[in-house]
Write a protein that binds this ligand. Structure first.
Ligand code: NDP
Length: 331
């Protein structure tokens, strides 16, 4: 078996020497354990903070141990009564060809239901994140303006489309003309600007959101968020999902100036972590699963072939090289 371990904690940008590929012999199973062969590994921004030792909502990855990630795989051996050889499962697995698992948090899925990678994207965690933030925090109403940063990413693409289906005017930003064109043409955004070429974010927001912003689905943080914050309307809502532009900063970035704005405009700024809301999973599956089935929700993914490509693909994710949900197909 092959696995990728955390060789070094990054200081600033993640570099290739933070990872090391190792060959290991397949373990012998104890009672209660299953051996899972990975088919798809999800690469996600939250893995970047987990590479450091800073306090967060998930414990840090351990040095010299395999990194882990949401994965779909196949049970190849089982001494756990809940799983049989041949079952397709989803859960946290190692960045590895094979993972020895105690079965906790591992769930069987029906491989006939959808392409396997969809369970990590449009039918999985990122999409659930988008649904929660839109339905439970942004709560867009018809005619309101909703802003979504990283508009075509795994989370953003679903957030934007859900806001649009709720009748809002939806504006986004993404890192490229191709991404912006897709956002407008395929995902139904009313407008999308390229944050790599538009340097005056405030001016472009004034143009694209002439009525101000009623709800912000925040994925990026930093200067883009500061400009959005200044343009929030009275009773504006911010679903604080992530701040990817800040994940590799070595000195923390200051927040937006004039916090009294929150009072003056009666704003709600709410951070959330999707795993706290698992009890709502069935509602999500009902609504979003239905939309996918009816063809009302578009989705894009970037598939990288082979585990060896995972480190480079992950470094690319932190620079916007992915277009939609980033997954690694494991041979
Ligand atoms: P994406 O598929 O959106 O991939 C990340 C994207 O972020 C890149 O493609 C790039 O898009 C953008 N990006 C990267 N660096 C920068 C930068 N410096 N400035 C601006 N944009 C940048 O990832 P996800 O959809 O999986 O995640 C989106 C956000 O949601 C992240 O912040 C993540 O941490 C958060 N998240 C939070 C969860 C929660 O429970 N709270 C759960 C899941 C995700 P572009 O080319 O458009 O710039």
């Amino acid at each position: 078996a092959v696995q990728i371990v955390l060789a070094k904690r990054p200081a600033g940008d993640v570099t290739a020497d933070c990872f090391r590929e190792e060959k290991v012999t397949l373990p012998v199973l104890a009672d209660g354990e299953v051996l899972v062969r990975s088919r798809f590994l999800s690469l996600d921004p939250y893995m970047r903070p987990r590479m450091t030792e800073l306090r967060s909502y998930t414990p840090p990855f351990e040095l010299g141990k395999p990194l882990t990630g949401g994965s779909v795989g196949e049970v190849v051996d089982s001494k756990n009564p809940r799983f049989a050889k041949g079952d397709t499962v989803i859960g946290m697995l190692n960045w590895a060809s094979h993972t020895l698992h105690d079965g906790k948090g591992l769930r069987k899925i029906d491989p006939a239901l959808a392409p396997l990678s969809a369970h990590l994207g449009v039918l999985g965690m990122p999409s659930f994140t988008a649904w929660y933030g839109i339905r439970h925090i942004c709560k867009p109403k018809a005619g309101e303006t909703v802003f979504v940063s990283a508009a075509t990413g795994a989370v953003g693409q679903v957030a934007g489309q859900l806001a649009k289906l709720a009748g809002a005017r939806v504006v986004g930003c993404a890192g490229g003309e191709d991404k912006c064109a897709w956002a407008v043409r395929e995902a139904g955004y009313d407008a999308c600007f390229n944050h790599k070429t538009e340097h005056d974010v405030g001016a472009v927001l004034d143009k694209l959101c002439p009525q101000g912003i009623d709800a912000d689905f925040e994925n990026v943080g930093g200067r883009i968020f500061h400009a959005v914050f200044e343009r929030l309307n009275n009773f504006g809502r911010v679903a604080f999902c992530g701040a990817i532009s800040e994940y590799q900063d070595q000195t923390p970035m200051a927040g937006p100036p004039k916090m009294f704005t929150i009072v003056q405009r009666r704003l709600t700024l709410q951070g959330f972590i999707v795993s706290d809301h698992i009890a709502l999973m069935a509602d999500f599956v009902n609504e979003v699963g239905g939309l996918v089935k009816e063809g009302k929700l578009k989705s894009r993914e970037t598939v990288v072939d082979g585990l060896a490509g995972a480190p480079a693909a992950f470094m690319g994710l932190l620079k916007g090289e992915n277009f939609g949900k980033l997954v690694v197909r494991i041979a």
